[in-house]
Design a binder for this molecule. Structure first.
Ligand code: NAD
Length: 291
């Protein structure tokens, strides 16, 4: 068997095209342009690339993009004041504070200061709570992307045995909640799980979010399983350069899985697409157009 490779790049394009279409229709209907504010503190090179991509893609779908770049010496109080100002602005429907923040700033305090209805990252405790009790809410972007990719391979996930490897608040726990919403039977495995290969072997759907290069081996998989690889790991190559690999040994798993995401080009492109989807949904909700 050779697995279907799930093309995250083209699926993200489809999501963005749908967001662009709905954004245009919303503008015609209400005169409102969805606005996303992104706050970057400091000059972390990876964060700068993410923020640049977010800005570009926000404009491409027809939304307004407000960038706030602050020096890494910015006092926490100034950042909190900026968040309060963005909370109050009617033309800002989504607020994203790029992590990591400099060490002198309490990230939790800043994330909690964001109005939950504008929390397009879905990290505010109110949204975490709403997700766990099954209320409509803004859901974290990478986990939402994982579900869209899994459903591209199998539209109805109901009843599947799903194993999530990793229990972080950013990926593992929220993706497990989203899988419950899809009526999967969910197991969350983590660093203290005993006999991980046998836990993974019973899964129809595996979501790996660990941060360990190529940890999931081909013989850990049930034949035909859907494999979503969230991991992004930079490893050295023989010629002294580096390359990106996921948490799944892709080549080995290709001959066992039913469908699998590559790294890069799998989960990665979905994150910004889902951020834009959240911004549109936050705008619609603010206008009373959805619950
Ligand atoms: P994290 O370090 O916060 O969490 C890792 C989890 O893996 C922990 O819950 C830990 O218990 C578990 N773990 C560690 N070693 C293990 C082992 N040997 N066996 C089983 N479980 C083990 O990481 P995170 O923020 O959840 O990110 C995970 C990976 O996903 C990273 O590679 C990260 O770069 C990537 N990531 C990608 C995207 C994206 O594609 N947009 C977004 C977020 C994270």
């Amino acid at each position: 068997m050779t697995a279907t490779i799930i093309d995250g790049k083209s699926i993200a394009e489809i999501v963005r095209a749908d967001v662009a279409k709905r954004t245009a229709a919303l503008k015609v209907k209400t005169g409102v342009t969805p606005g996303l504010a992104v706050v970057l503190v400091g000059a972390d090179p990876a964060s700068q690339v993410y923020v640049r991509n977010k800005h570009k893609q926000t404009l491409e779908v027809g939304m307004a993009s407000f960038e706030h770049k602050l020096p890494d010496t910015t006092p926490e109080a100034d950042l909190l004041a900026l968040v309060a100002m963005l909370n109050a602005r009617a033309d800002v429907h989504g607020i994203l504070v790029q992590l990591p923040l400099p060490k002198h700033i309490d990230s939790e305090k800043v994330l909690r200061a964001i109005n939950p209805d504008k929390d397009v990252d879905g990290f505010h405790p109110v949204n975490v709570g709403r997700l766990s009790i099954g209320e409509p809410c803004l859901t974290p972007c990478t986990p939402s992307g994982c579900i869209i990719l899994a459903k591209s391979a199998q539209p109805d996930l109901k009843g599947l045995d799903a194993v999530v490897i990793g229990r972080s608040t950013i990926v593992g726990k929220p993706v497990a909640q989203l899988l419950l919403r899809e009526d999967c039977t969910v197991t969350i495995a983590h660093s203290r799980t005993r006999d991980l290969p046998s836990v993974v072997r019973r899964a129809d759907l595996v979501i790996a979010a660990v941060g360990r290069p190529e940890m999931v081996k081909g013989d850990w998989l049930k034949p035909g399983a859907i494999v979503i690889d969230v991991g992004i790991n930079r490893v050295p190559t023989a010629d002294g350069k580096t390359k990106l690999v996921g948490d799944v040994a892709f080549q080995e798993c290709l001959s066992v899985a039913g469908a699998i995401t590559p790294v890069p080009g799998g989960v990665g492109p979905m994150t910004i697409a889902c951020l834009l989807k959240n911004t549109l949904e936050a705008t619609e909700r603010s206008l009373g157009l959805t619950t």
